[in-house]
Design a protein around this ligand. Structure first.
Ligand SMILES: NC(=O)N[C@@H](O)C(=O)O
Ligand code: NI
Length: 163
């Protein structure tokens, strides 16, 4: 059994896997008569040929750490963004690329952080750590499954702060 510890989610650490959505630093634009900072175009969305963008709402059961990861998945035809509709920390899990997933990495998303997995990134499914597990998910809508699951030979136990 492999044990890892969730690390703080940063744009740099997550860059090989996707984009971090956060209001970090100065906004790209000040809009709405100066009352709003726009952090413009912060994710590489990709829905491929034959698909279109969709927004779905996920209401997921919260998990707790340590978390037993048994499966990772990927979407070969498009990106997938998880945008929390709450301000709690939550868990982001990825695995290094390959036809068989490589080593698993876990990140603790802080309040207000969202992510966008790039097309084909191996990842754990949406994993809230608190109620409400409410997220907007932006991903590919199409006629194909756009889903490949890989069940790990040995589970990965993901540790981190006890809330
Ligand atoms: N299956 C589904 O819509 N969600 C997963 O892709 C996920 O990553 O949670
Ligand atoms: Ni997914």
């Amino acid at each position: 059994m492999t044990e890892i510890v969730a690390q703080p989610l940063t744009a740099e650490a997550f860059a090989p896997y996707g984009d971090v959505l956060e209001i970090a630093g100065a906004p790209d634009k000040i809009i709405n008569q100066g009352l709003c900072g726009r952090y413009h175009d912060r994710a590489a969305l990709d829905f491929g040929p034959g698909g279109r963008a969709g927004i779905s709402l996920f209401n997921a059961e919260p998990r707790s750490l340590p978390y037993r990861l048994e499966m990772v998945e990927r979407h070969p035809e498009g990106s997938q963004a998880f945008v929390p509709m709450h301000l709690k920390p939550w868990l982001v899990v990825v695995a290094e690329p390959g036809d068989v997933p490589g080593p698993v990495h876990a990140f603790l998303a802080a309040s207000g952080q969202g992510i966008n997995f790039h097309r084909g990134t191996w990842h754990g499914v949406l994993t809230p750590l608190h109620e409400p597990g409410l997220f907007a998910v932006v991903d590919r809508i199409g006629d194909t499954a756009n889903l490949e699951e890989h069940w790990l030979e040995t589970p990965v136990i993901i540790g981190g702060p006890r809330f």
